[in-house]
Design a protein around this ligand. Structure first.
Ligand code: RIB
Ligand code: CA
Length: 317
């Protein structure tokens, strides 16, 4: 493969975040330069541990992990044990990694990498945007120097998954999302509008379980919890794997159709807090600030994901 993309993942593992890390390990189109942990599904202490353990499981212990912010910029912390379990990985129990996180703060690592390799770093942000917002405020020149930013977040014309109007990542730190959305970075957003059309089912899981590997065992134990949540809260049979889909778009953009839109996030204190909305008719005559995935070919993504997980499971057994 010519020129693999250099990727940094900012993440709050988290079950689907972990699946994104596994997909990264199985995808030769990308090079993972580092992982930054953020608060979200569980505390940053725990997301850091989980990132290290999942990377070790995937044979990626050499990828450096950095701890980021443990609290949103303005709001109080909001973890989601009901969705991802108390340790963030559902029923999975991974052993603690032998590797330690690096001492540098995640936002500083992000700044250092983007400024050292102008135009070359692709950021994939699949948790609340606190670390990214902090980095923008600390070194605004990263806006012109990052290659592109893929963001899992928002629900444009789709109901929220945390409040009636808001998606989890934007609800947990709407002020950070506001800073990032208005920063001028080249952004590609993967909202619930497309992720909720891609369901990882029990049949998909059974296909993976034909291969006996710690990788398939981890996927089974973590998604079993996640599927119970989807069943109980949303009557969905299976689970929505938002975060690996966002990563997949970095090297297989044809999975989705995109619209250039003006997207904003509500940071007022009413029922709409964290709501993301697109100005489809451009009433405000503002320049479009991001590309938004609004259409998806679900099987194209699911096949890619399943094939890559099979490949990884065969390698690690
Ligand atoms: O709304 C989906 C997002 O929040 C994903 O990043 C997932 O990890 C979740 O908790
Ligand atoms: Ca996440």
């Amino acid at each position: 493969i010519m020129n693999p993309k250099h990727i940094i993942i900012d993440t709050d593992p988290g079950i689907d975040d972990s699946l994104a890390l596994l997909l990264a390990a199985a995808s030769p189109e990308i090079v993972l330069d580092g992982v930054i942990a953020v608060h979200g599904n569980v505390s940053t202490e725990q997301t850091t541990k989980n990132a290290l353990s999942v990377l070790e499981l995937a044979g990626l212990s050499q990828v450096p992990v950095f701890k980021g912010c443990d609290l949103p910029l303005v709001k109080e912390s909001l973890l989601s044990p009901e969705t991802h379990g108390g340790n963030g990985l559902g029923y999975a129990q991974l052993q603690e990694s032998a590797t330690q996180p690096k001492a540098q703060h995640g936002s500083d690592f992000l700044i250092e990498q983007i400024m050292s390799y102008p135009g070359e770093i692709t950021l994939v942000a699949i948790g609340p945007l606190t670390n990214v917002a902090l980095a923008i405020r600390k070194e605004p020149r990263i806006v012109q120097n990052v290659k592109e930013v893929f963001i899992m977040g928002g629900a444009i014309q789709h109901p929220g998954n945390t409040t009636a109007l808001a998606e989890y990542n934007t609800y947990v730190d709407p002020h950070a999302a506001h800073i990032v959305f208005h920063s001028g970075m080249p952004m590609i957003l993967t909202p619930l509008d497309v992720t909720y059309q891609c369901i990882f089912t029990k049949d998909d899981l059974n296909r993976l379980l034909k291969i006996d590997s710690p990788v398939t065992k981890f996927i089974a134990d973590s998604t079993r919890f996640y599927m119970e949540f989807h069943d109980e809260y949303q009557s969905i049979d299976g689970c929505v794997i938002n975060d690996p889909m966002t990563l997949a778009l970095t090297f297989m953009p044809e999975i989705c159709d995109y619209q250039d839109l003006v997207v904003d996030v509500d940071i007022s204190t009413g029922v709409g807090l964290g709501n993301t909305f697109g100005d489809f008719y451009n009433y405000e005559k503002k320049p479009k600030n991001m590309k938004v995935a609004m259409g998806v070919r679900p099987r194209m993504f699911m096949e890619l994901f399943l094939e890559r997980m099979e490949k990884l499971a065969l390698k690690i057994s």
